[in-house]
Design a binder for this molecule. Structure first.
Ligand SMILES: [Zn+2]
Length: 58
């Protein structure tokens, strides 16, 4: 699990990785070839936040 802050209100959101492979999370794609897009709704302000999960470089 990782913690991401809401882009709107700054509240912490605990996010679980979508599978065993994609373990790195960020709010933007960081030069990744393989990633999984995810949207999480903030519990505090209800704004949807986009997340991207990637895997560690070999
Ligand atoms: Zn929020």
């Amino acid at each position: 699990m990782s913690v991401i802050t809401c882009r709107n209100c700054g509240a912490d959101m605990v996010v679980s990785q979508p599978d065993r492979i994609h373990t790195i999370v960020d709010r933007k794609v960081l030069n990744w070839k393989d990633y999984v897009k995810f949207t999480i709704k903030c519990k505090k302000c209800a704004i949807p936040n986009k997340l991207y999960w990637s895997k560690p470089k070999e």
